[in-house]
Design a protein around this ligand. Structure first.
Ligand SMILES: Cc1cc2nc3c(=O)[nH]c(=O)nc-3n(C[C@H](O)[C@H](O)[C@H](O)COP(=O)(O)O)c2cc1C
Length: 205
Protein backbone atom coordinates (compact mmCIF):
# COMPACT_ATOMS: atom_id res chain seq x y z
CA UNK A 1 0.00 0.00 0.00
CA UNK A 2 1.28 3.43 -0.94
CA UNK A 3 0.24 6.65 0.80
CA UNK A 4 0.98 10.18 -0.33
CA UNK A 5 1.16 12.59 2.63
CA UNK A 6 1.79 16.31 2.78
CA UNK A 7 1.19 19.49 4.73
CA UNK A 8 -0.86 22.09 2.85
CA UNK A 9 1.74 24.69 3.79
CA UNK A 10 5.05 25.87 2.33
CA UNK A 11 6.46 26.95 5.70
CA UNK A 12 9.89 25.41 6.37
CA UNK A 13 8.90 25.06 10.03
CA UNK A 14 5.36 23.90 9.29
CA UNK A 15 3.53 22.53 12.33
CA UNK A 16 1.23 20.69 9.92
CA UNK A 17 4.25 18.96 8.47
CA UNK A 18 5.12 17.83 12.00
CA UNK A 19 1.60 16.47 12.41
CA UNK A 20 1.62 14.65 9.08
CA UNK A 21 5.07 13.20 9.89
CA UNK A 22 3.73 11.91 13.21
CA UNK A 23 0.77 10.27 11.43
CA UNK A 24 3.19 8.64 8.97
CA UNK A 25 5.45 7.37 11.75
CA UNK A 26 2.53 5.81 13.63
CA UNK A 27 1.27 4.11 10.48
CA UNK A 28 4.73 2.77 9.60
CA UNK A 29 5.33 1.49 13.14
CA UNK A 30 2.13 -0.57 13.03
CA UNK A 31 3.07 -4.22 12.51
CA UNK A 32 0.12 -4.91 10.23
CA UNK A 33 1.00 -2.00 8.00
CA UNK A 34 4.65 -3.11 7.89
CA UNK A 35 4.15 -6.80 7.28
CA UNK A 36 0.73 -7.27 5.71
CA UNK A 37 0.04 -4.00 3.95
CA UNK A 38 3.73 -3.42 3.06
CA UNK A 39 3.04 0.25 3.56
CA UNK A 40 5.15 2.92 1.89
CA UNK A 41 4.59 6.62 2.60
CA UNK A 42 5.92 9.51 0.55
CA UNK A 43 5.93 12.87 2.32
CA UNK A 44 5.72 15.60 -0.29
CA UNK A 45 6.95 19.15 0.37
CA UNK A 46 4.80 21.77 -1.39
CA UNK A 47 7.97 23.82 -2.00
CA UNK A 48 8.90 21.14 -4.52
CA UNK A 49 5.76 21.83 -6.58
CA UNK A 50 5.88 25.63 -6.46
CA UNK A 51 4.54 27.33 -9.60
CA UNK A 52 3.82 30.93 -10.63
CA UNK A 53 0.62 32.35 -9.15
CA UNK A 54 -2.21 30.80 -11.15
CA UNK A 55 -4.19 32.98 -13.53
CA UNK A 56 -5.80 32.22 -16.86
CA UNK A 57 -3.26 34.56 -18.49
CA UNK A 58 -0.36 32.59 -16.96
CA UNK A 59 -2.06 29.39 -18.05
CA UNK A 60 -2.26 30.66 -21.64
CA UNK A 61 1.52 31.31 -21.46
CA UNK A 62 2.61 28.16 -19.64
CA UNK A 63 0.03 25.52 -20.62
CA UNK A 64 0.08 22.49 -18.36
CA UNK A 65 3.20 22.73 -16.16
CA UNK A 66 5.09 19.50 -15.56
CA UNK A 67 5.05 20.08 -11.77
CA UNK A 68 1.25 20.11 -11.77
CA UNK A 69 1.22 16.91 -13.84
CA UNK A 70 3.70 15.35 -11.40
CA UNK A 71 1.50 16.35 -8.45
CA UNK A 72 -1.52 14.66 -10.07
CA UNK A 73 0.55 11.58 -10.93
CA UNK A 74 1.66 11.22 -7.31
CA UNK A 75 -1.98 11.26 -6.19
CA UNK A 76 -2.94 8.86 -8.98
CA UNK A 77 -0.23 6.34 -8.02
CA UNK A 78 -1.25 6.33 -4.33
CA UNK A 79 -3.79 4.12 -2.57
CA UNK A 80 -4.63 6.90 -0.11
CA UNK A 81 -3.80 10.53 0.60
CA UNK A 82 -3.14 12.32 3.90
CA UNK A 83 -3.18 16.13 3.97
CA UNK A 84 -2.69 18.35 7.03
CA UNK A 85 -4.09 21.83 6.42
CA UNK A 86 -2.59 25.07 7.66
CA UNK A 87 -5.17 27.84 8.04
CA UNK A 88 -4.50 31.33 6.69
CA UNK A 89 -7.29 33.82 7.38
CA UNK A 90 -9.85 31.06 7.71
CA UNK A 91 -8.87 29.47 4.41
CA UNK A 92 -6.20 27.52 2.48
CA UNK A 93 -2.62 28.73 2.24
CA UNK A 94 -1.68 30.28 -1.08
CA UNK A 95 0.85 27.47 -1.65
CA UNK A 96 -1.83 24.77 -1.47
CA UNK A 97 -4.49 26.68 -3.41
CA UNK A 98 -2.01 27.46 -6.16
CA UNK A 99 -0.89 23.90 -6.92
CA UNK A 100 -4.50 22.74 -6.51
CA UNK A 101 -5.78 25.30 -9.06
CA UNK A 102 -3.05 24.44 -11.59
CA UNK A 103 -3.72 20.71 -11.15
CA UNK A 104 -7.51 21.16 -11.42
CA UNK A 105 -7.13 22.64 -14.90
CA UNK A 106 -5.44 19.43 -16.07
CA UNK A 107 -7.67 17.00 -14.16
CA UNK A 108 -10.73 18.56 -12.48
CA UNK A 109 -11.19 15.49 -10.26
CA UNK A 110 -7.87 16.17 -8.56
CA UNK A 111 -8.26 13.52 -5.83
CA UNK A 112 -9.02 10.71 -8.31
CA UNK A 113 -11.29 8.64 -6.04
CA UNK A 114 -8.63 8.25 -3.36
CA UNK A 115 -9.54 7.57 0.27
CA UNK A 116 -8.32 10.51 2.34
CA UNK A 117 -7.40 11.40 5.90
CA UNK A 118 -7.64 15.14 6.45
CA UNK A 119 -5.79 16.75 9.36
CA UNK A 120 -5.27 20.31 10.54
CA UNK A 121 -3.56 22.17 13.34
CA UNK A 122 -2.80 25.72 14.42
CA UNK A 123 -1.35 27.44 17.50
CA UNK A 124 -4.84 28.64 18.49
CA UNK A 125 -7.68 26.74 20.17
CA UNK A 126 -9.58 26.44 16.87
CA UNK A 127 -6.95 24.02 15.51
CA UNK A 128 -7.50 25.26 11.92
CA UNK A 129 -10.94 23.65 12.02
CA UNK A 130 -12.40 26.24 9.62
CA UNK A 131 -10.10 25.23 6.75
CA UNK A 132 -10.49 21.57 7.71
CA UNK A 133 -14.28 21.85 7.40
CA UNK A 134 -13.86 23.58 4.03
CA UNK A 135 -11.53 20.84 2.76
CA UNK A 136 -13.78 18.07 4.07
CA UNK A 137 -16.93 19.53 2.51
CA UNK A 138 -15.34 20.20 -0.86
CA UNK A 139 -13.32 16.97 -1.27
CA UNK A 140 -16.19 14.94 -2.86
CA UNK A 141 -16.47 17.54 -5.66
CA UNK A 142 -12.92 16.59 -6.60
CA UNK A 143 -13.51 12.84 -6.17
CA UNK A 144 -11.86 12.68 -2.77
CA UNK A 145 -13.35 10.16 -0.33
CA UNK A 146 -12.80 11.52 3.16
CA UNK A 147 -12.55 8.53 5.50
CA UNK A 148 -11.69 10.47 8.64
CA UNK A 149 -10.50 13.85 9.86
CA UNK A 150 -8.84 15.32 12.93
CA UNK A 151 -8.02 18.81 14.15
CA UNK A 152 -5.32 19.35 16.79
CA UNK A 153 -6.01 22.55 18.78
CA UNK A 154 -3.32 24.67 20.47
CA UNK A 155 -0.41 22.90 18.78
CA UNK A 156 2.33 24.19 21.08
CA UNK A 157 0.46 22.98 24.19
CA UNK A 158 -0.52 19.60 22.77
CA UNK A 159 2.47 18.53 20.66
CA UNK A 160 6.05 17.79 21.71
CA UNK A 161 8.17 18.80 18.70
CA UNK A 162 11.32 17.13 20.07
CA UNK A 163 9.64 13.77 20.47
CA UNK A 164 7.41 14.43 17.47
CA UNK A 165 4.19 13.34 19.18
CA UNK A 166 0.86 14.52 20.61
CA UNK A 167 1.21 14.81 24.38
CA UNK A 168 -2.46 14.77 25.46
CA UNK A 169 -3.50 11.12 25.81
CA UNK A 170 -7.11 11.90 24.94
CA UNK A 171 -6.18 13.75 21.75
CA UNK A 172 -3.58 11.13 20.87
CA UNK A 173 -6.20 8.37 21.09
CA UNK A 174 -8.56 10.35 18.84
CA UNK A 175 -5.69 10.89 16.39
CA UNK A 176 -4.81 7.18 16.34
CA UNK A 177 -8.45 6.28 15.71
CA UNK A 178 -8.57 8.68 12.74
CA UNK A 179 -5.39 7.32 11.14
CA UNK A 180 -6.32 3.68 11.72
CA UNK A 181 -9.68 4.27 10.03
CA UNK A 182 -7.80 5.17 6.86
CA UNK A 183 -5.75 1.97 6.61
CA UNK A 184 -8.66 -0.26 7.69
CA UNK A 185 -10.98 1.24 5.07
CA UNK A 186 -12.19 -1.19 2.43
CA UNK A 187 -11.48 1.26 -0.40
CA UNK A 188 -7.95 1.87 0.82
CA UNK A 189 -7.52 -1.90 1.05
CA UNK A 190 -9.53 -3.35 -1.84
CA UNK A 191 -9.34 -6.82 -0.30
CA UNK A 192 -10.70 -5.97 3.14
CA UNK A 193 -11.79 -9.54 3.90
CA UNK A 194 -8.38 -10.84 2.92
CA UNK A 195 -6.86 -8.18 5.16
CA UNK A 196 -8.87 -9.50 8.11
CA UNK A 197 -7.74 -13.08 7.39
CA UNK A 198 -4.11 -12.00 7.02
CA UNK A 199 -4.40 -9.95 10.21
CA UNK A 200 -5.67 -12.97 12.15
CA UNK A 201 -2.89 -15.13 10.76
CA UNK A 202 -0.35 -12.49 11.59
CA UNK A 203 -1.70 -12.02 15.13
CA UNK A 204 -1.46 -15.77 15.79
CA UNK A 205 2.21 -15.97 14.72
C1 LIG B 1 -1.36 35.13 6.91
C2 LIG B 1 -1.68 34.26 8.09
C3 LIG B 1 -3.00 34.06 8.44
C4 LIG B 1 -3.33 33.23 9.51
N1 LIG B 1 -4.65 32.99 9.79
C5 LIG B 1 -4.97 32.04 10.71
C6 LIG B 1 -6.34 31.66 10.89
O1 LIG B 1 -7.24 32.11 10.25
N2 LIG B 1 -6.60 30.71 11.82
C7 LIG B 1 -5.60 30.12 12.57
O2 LIG B 1 -5.90 29.25 13.39
N3 LIG B 1 -4.31 30.48 12.41
C8 LIG B 1 -3.96 31.42 11.51
N4 LIG B 1 -2.65 31.75 11.31
C9 LIG B 1 -1.62 31.14 12.15
C10 LIG B 1 -1.23 29.77 11.57
O3 LIG B 1 -2.13 28.81 12.07
C11 LIG B 1 0.21 29.43 11.96
O4 LIG B 1 1.09 30.31 11.30
C12 LIG B 1 0.56 27.98 11.66
O5 LIG B 1 1.92 27.76 12.04
C13 LIG B 1 0.38 27.65 10.17
O6 LIG B 1 0.61 26.28 9.95
P1 LIG B 1 1.99 25.79 9.32
O7 LIG B 1 3.06 26.05 10.37
O8 LIG B 1 1.78 24.34 9.08
O9 LIG B 1 2.25 26.58 8.07
C14 LIG B 1 -2.30 32.60 10.25
C15 LIG B 1 -0.97 32.82 9.89
C16 LIG B 1 -0.65 33.63 8.82
C17 LIG B 1 0.80 33.81 8.43
Amino acid sequence: MKILAFAASSSRKSINKQLVSYASRLLLEDDINQHVNKLKIEILDLNDVELPLFSEDREAELGQPQLAKDFLAKIGESDAVIISFAEHNGSYTVAYKNIFDWASRIKPKVFQNKPMLLLATSPGPGGASTVLAMATTSAPYFDGEVISSFSLPSFYENFDSEQGRITSEKLNNKFKTAINQLTANKHTLPHADKHQVDKQQFDSQ
